[in-house]
Ligand binder design. Structure first.
Ligand SMILES: NC(=O)c1ccc[n+]([C@@H]2O[C@H](COP(=O)([O-])OP(=O)(O)OC[C@H]3O[C@@H](n4cnc5c(N)ncnc54)[C@H](O)[C@@H]3O)[C@@H](O)[C@H]2O)c1
Length: 438
């Protein structure tokens, strides 16, 4: 194994990153920018073609970074998995969605492991980055890789290192976010630590792949449970006529032992709504119930329906039924200032409003039109971002806190605003517009 370590140290190691999405592309770029030759693999030929032309398809990843890496030859892209043979280190960043019954779908990991297994040769390091339940790396990926007769650590090395990407966060980047690494044996941990330390600022070795897998899940469960807690408090305080946002501002002045979480219209993104259920599923196999995870999931998934109920009540108070009312939903993205709409609660809000007979449109400068997704087919175009367009609607539901929606002039002629993000203060828009927090 000496050779992989020395190839990492002198930057002659070639790195393959499988899956060029939100996680894989920034990772490939960081290694390319650290002096490695990187090949980005993807089954999506559109993405591979774009990378070859030096174009970024993810808005917060600067096109100049991709253009530079592609022009210098440091980043290549390919759909030809035979080229995995050329790689000294292979990092797996494929999706880990949930199935229809909220069960983990590890099929992308399995397919990828099969495809590496066919090309595996002595001296390679394989690292799984996709979020998954504890035991996947050692119990599922390892047997597939060892099928051809090679063994770890004698012939190849295998580790898990979770991704902690926060798309659009200007304060932290792939390079500066500490990276937890756990190998299926000591040699694998050492090699993976060496690899990441060559490109990232801080690497945190742990004793096993299972600890690394579980650490990632703890981070996401922590967020899901705390968001559910404030969502529940929001509903309770709402009944009492107390503004949860003001309560959080007050509580957060405590200089120790408190961390603010904020309510919203429901969970979105690739991680928080999905990953905790990977652990809940695995817990059941061990005869345990992940009650916090299930309860948090139940509360958070109820949020779109709660927002729609608040909208219906507010319209009713104006003497209008939701049926045939016109409603504008602000934001398709699941969080502010990104063009990522995966698992966004806005879709469910729109569909629930439509099901109740409302005429629904949306506005999101990051999405000029809706694209069909695995679950939704809306066929809508974004309403322009201007006060006249906004004035047409009986109600406006703020679902995403995009910077663009904080321009209060937009609401100058609005009638009713249902604000799930606390960005339209009643005091600043004046009495003519009614603002209801939801
Ligand atoms: N997006 C995030 O912020 C984030 C953060 C932390 C962890 N993660 C985890 O990282 C993993 C990847 O997430 P993502 O957000 O990058 O997903 P993504 O959907 O943006 O990217 C996945 C990519 O993999 C490609 N792909 C699918 N099957 C493939 C295969 N068999 N071979 C090669 N490529 C294949 C897809 O075409 C896509 O380009 C998931 O496990 C996710 O939970 C994501």
């Amino acid at each position: 194994m000496q050779s992989i370590l020395s190839r990492i140290r002198d930057r002659s190691a070639r790195i393959g990153v499988i899956g060029q999405g939100y996680v894989g592309l920034p990772l490939a770029l960081v290694f390319a920018e650290s002096g490695f030759r990187v090949t980005g693999f993807d089954v999506d030929s559109g993405k591979v073609e774009a990378l070859r032309r030096g174009e970024s398809y993810i808005r917060h990843i600067g096109p100049d970074r991709v253009a530079r890496a592609a022009a210098s030859g440091a980043l290549q892209a390919s759909t030809d998995f035979d080229r995995l043979r050329e790689c000294d280190a292979i990092l797996i960043c494929v999706p880990t969605p949930l199935g229809r019954h909220r069960e983990p779908d590890n099929s992308f990991i399995h397919e990828t492991a099969e495809s590496i297994s066919k090309r595996l040769h002595a001296g390679q390091l394989v690292v799984l980055e996709s979020t998954t339940y504890p035991g996947t790396t050692n119990g599922e990926v390892r047997p597939i890789l060892e099928r051809g007769g090679l063994r770890t650590p004698e012939h190849f090395l295998l580790a898990f290192s979770p991704e902690r990407e926060d798309p659009g966060n200007a304060q932290f980047s792939t390079r500066s976010i500490p990276k937890v690494v756990g190998g299926v044996n000591r040699e694998s941990t050492e090699a993976a630590v060496e690899l990441y330390a060559a490109a990232l600022e801080k690497v945190v070795p742990v004793s096993s792949a299972e600890v690394a897998e579980s650490g990632k899940l703890l981070e996401n469960v922590f967020r899901s449970v705390n968001i559910a807690l404030v969502n529940e408090l929001k509903m309770i305080f709402d009944r009492m006529g107390i503004d949860v946002w003001e309560v959080i501002e007050a509580a957060k002045t405590k200089p120790f032992g408190f961390m603010p979480f904020y309510p919203g219209p429901g969970l979105g993104g690739h991680c928080i709504p999905l990953d905790p259920f990977y652990l809940a599923w695995k817990a059941a196999e061990h005869g345990e119930w992940a009650r916090f995870i299930e309860l948090a999931g139940e509360i958070n998934t109820r949020m779109p329906a709660w927002v729609v109920a608040k909208t219906a009540r507010a319209l009713n108070e104006e003497g209008k039924p939701l049926k045939r009312s016109s409603v504008l939903v602000l934001g398709l993205a699941y969080k502010a200032n990104v063009d990522d709409d995966r698992e966004s609660p806005s879709y469910e809000i729109i569909e629930l409003l439509q099901a109740a007979g409302a005429a629904v449109e949306y506005c999101d400068p990051y999405f000029p039109e809706t694209k069909p997704t695995r679950k939704h087919a809306l066929s809508l175009r974004s309403v322009p971002l201007d006060p006249q367009a906004f004035a047409r609607f009986d109600a406006i539901v703020v679902s995403t806190a995009h910077e663009a929606f904080k321009d209060l002039r937009l609401y100058a002629s609005a009638k009713l605003v249902i604000d799930t993000r606390n960005i339209v203060p009643q005091a600043l828009v004046g009495d003519r517009v009614r603002v209801v927090k939801a």
